[in-house]
Ligand binder design. Structure first.
Ligand SMILES: Nc1ncnc2c1ncn2[C@@H]1O[C@H](COP(=O)(O)OP(=O)(O)OP(=O)(O)O)[C@@H](O)[C@H]1O
Ligand SMILES: [Mg+2]
Length: 660
């Protein structure tokens, strides 16, 4: 009976299309991927067998075997792990798992050369086998089941699954029919070197069995030989672990291929005894904002993998961390529920969080970076030169790292009161001072005389915020203003309220009093500007605008602009309100305050018009025009854009000489 060829899921097809035709140099990574899968499968079985020892049956051995058969041109990777049943084979090897591969697909550009590089960057998991094999056969028996299945594919037209008439006792065997130009991967020395490079950290023994090449009488068949140290990397003395081994371990546990930005590796003794090896990535994981995303830390108990789903082990704002925690205290067959809420896990969480934040603080201090590094707001590095090679190899600087993962760490400012002070020191912000990042310590260090608050504005992009009218008076007084353009900023600022006794004050909300800060260079003229005619104008504008605004008042924050909108002191800041409305957590937006700049030429003229009843109509039109203008600047929608443009054209026409 002909097996039915099942098509690959679309994305798999795209991956395979690239992988098969790829001239990707480091093809050897296919073996790393297969061994990583085999190791995960052994980990999963060891854990499941804690509650169902029968799954191990008569043969508790868990190992990975590599069989090289140059005569038949076959390379097979076998594991005694959890195995897969028929449905799992179709699901796992026919669709894109939630893994590095998913990110690969997301990043595909269609430009072959660029996409090729992605293979190294994200890895393509199981599908990397098609870089070196014309055909792949996967035999698998789910632990605890007797029936086994055979999955087969050429990586092009789909895959077939049929029952295995000689099923494996359990586990999986992946056999590669190697391509003509991939025979090197049947060579024992080559295989040993690849395993040494990429998989030495795997905690299960990797056994190599290599047959000699046909006609090669000199080379004896290799005795099955273990080719990795198979000891849990994290349990080894730190002095014996190379950077390369740490990096490969990070790639394995993190399902990622970037450089680790930071690492903590320590053993806690005393009330709690455990070893932790944790990594902070250099780049933002593709699913960082996926609500289902969890940290990538695996819990082991005395070297036995227990789970990688223990959410409580780290706070959500550290969900980019991956690694291992191996506890000496916990019971092997502890249930996940007990784990979740147990004191041991709570204590570990506290200590792990502290260690990670301390390591980030060390990285920040090590970088000693001030505001010089660009925030990536479209500006190239100062005087445009590329990042020096040696720096590139060392991974990103703290500020480059912050640009990638800072917004997530800032969630901690909102949700983790205990570590708030540490997180505030780690935080970096864009500011009006220049294209670079500033720390709060730097900001406070250069506050102006008479300035007692940390001034900030929030909005979609720092670039747009730089020209906000609400900044004008502060800038005229030489004050630096933080430009907060991450959505999370709306949430942590109201929660944190101050830094080192200095309040965070939004320049787009409530009253702002900068009067104690002298204008740079010139003495400020007090309120004489706000003469009667100006006050009358404000009253008139207020009655003209009626319910559209909460109030119309003289502005202390404008210099060059005629008007701006300000959120009510008691209310929410503009962006937060818009955010909550968009997420249906608010029925309607509150009415803003229209602030008017008594110095502005246009306002001076309008004040004069306010005294002349004949100008009533024009004044009303102008007032509406200014309100809509302030809305545009604030990124608020204009209720009637048509009317706005008609008004605008009418007034522009007034400014032009009459047509002949
Ligand atoms: N030897 C194996 N034993 C049991 N299941 C396996 C084996 N190899 C692969 N699988 C299953 O197939 C899925 C896909 O494997 P693949 O390597 O493509 O992705 P991944 O391992 O989940 O993530 P990554 O892209 O980081 O490797 C795995 O998640 C696992 O469920
Ligand atoms: Mg994998």
């Amino acid at each position: 009976m002909d097996e039915v060829v099942q098509p690959f899921e679309a994305d798999v097809g795209r991956v395979l299309e690239i992988v098969i035709n790829s001239l990707y140099k480091e093809r050897a990574i296919f073996l790393r991927e297969l061994i990583s899968n085999a190791s995960d499968a052994c980990d999963k079985l060891r854990y499941e067998s804690l509650s169902k020892p029968e799954l191990l049956g008569a043969d508790p051995k868990l190992e990975i075997r590599i069989l090289a058969d140059p005569g038949a041109n076959l390379l097979t990777v076998v594991d005694d792990g959890i195995g897969m049943d028929k449905d799992e084979l179709a699901a796992n090897l026919g669709t894109i798992a939630r893994s590095g591969t998913a990110r690969f697909v997301q990043e595909l550009t269609g430009d072959r050369a660029k996409d090729l590089k992605l293979i190294g960057q994200f890895g393509v998991g199981f599908y990397s086998v098609f870089m070196v094999a014309d055909k792949v056969v996967v035999r698998s028996t789910r632990a605890g089941q007797s029936r086994g299945w055979v999955w087969a594919s050429d990586g092009k037209s789909g895959f077939t699954i049929k029952e295995d008439d000689q099923p494996l006792p359990r586990g999986t065997a992946v056999t590669l029919h190697l391509k003509e130009d991939a025979k090197e991967f049947l060579d024992a020395a080559r295989i040993r070197e690849i395993v040494r490079t990429y998989s030495d950290h795997v905690a299960f023994p990797i056994i190599l069995e290599a047959k000699p090449r046909p006609g090669d009488t000199k080379t004896k068949a290799h005795e099955p030989q273990q080719i990795n140290s198979a000891s849990a990397l994290w349990a080894r003395p730190r002095s014996e672990i190379t950077e390369e081994q740490y990096r490969e371990f990070y790639h394995h546990v993190g399902h990622t291929f970037d450089e680790p930005f930071a690492r903590v590796h320590f053993t806690a003794e005393g009330t709690l005894s455990y070893t932790a090896l944790l990594f902070v990535p250099s780049h933002r994981p593709f699913d960082l904002y996926d609500p289902k995303r969890r940290h990538g830390v695996r819990l082991y108990v005395r070297r036995v993998f227990i789970t990688d789903q223990l959410e409580e082990l780290l706070p959500r704002y550290l969900r980019f961390v991956s690694g291992v925690v191996d506890s000496e205290d916990l019971q092997l067959n502890v249930s996940r529920e007990t784990l979740q809420h147990g004191v041991v896990v709570q204590k570990m969480r506290k200590q792990l969080t502290k260690r990670i934040l301390d390591e980030l603080a060390r990285k920040a201090a090590e970088a000693g970076e001030g505001g010089s590094v660009p925030t990536g707001e479209g500006e190239a590095r100062p005087n445009g030169e590329a990042k020096p090679e040696e720096q590139k190899s060392k991974g990103p600087s703290y500020l480059e790292w912050w640009a990638e993962l800072g917004p997530v760490l800032k969630e901690g400012l909102f949700e983790d009161a205990e570590n708030r002070a540490k997180l505030l020191e780690l935080a970096r912000f864009k500011s009006t001072r220049g294209p670079g990042w500033v720390s709060l310590a730097e900001y406070v260090g250069r506050m102006r005389p008479g300035q007692d608050a940390i001034l900030y504005v929030t909005g979609e992009s720092a670039e747009a915020l730089r020209s906000s009218p609400q900044l004008e008076a502060a800038l005229a007084k030489g004050c630096e203003v933080l430009l907060l353009d991450d959505p999370v900023d709306e949430f942590w600022v109201p929660e944190v309220r101050e830094y080192e006794g200095k309040k965070f004050v939004s320049l787009t909300k409530g009253e702002v009093d900068l009067s104690r800060i002298p204008d740079e260079g010139k003495i400020e003229t007090p309120d004489e500007l706000w003469d009667d005619s100006f006050k009358k104008l404000l009253a008139k504008m207020k009655s003209l605008l009626g319910e559209e605004v909460k109030d119309v008042r003289p502005s202390k924050r404008l210099r060059e602009s005629a008007v701006c909108l300000v959120a009510d002191e008691q209310g929410l800041d503009f962006r937060l309100e818009r955010f909550l409305k968009q997420h249906h957590q608010l029925d309607r937006l509150s009415k803003p305050i229209l602030e008017v700049n008594g110095r502005h030429e246009l306002v001076r003229r309008m004040a004069a018009m306010a005294a002349d009843p004949a100008m009533e109509q024009d004044l009303a039109e102008l007032t509406r025009l200014l309100l809509d203008q302030a809305r545009i600047v604030q990124g608020e929608p204009i209720p009637d854009p048509g009317a706005f443009s008609r008004r605008m054209s009418a007034f522009l026409a007034k400014g032009l000489p009459a047509a002949a």
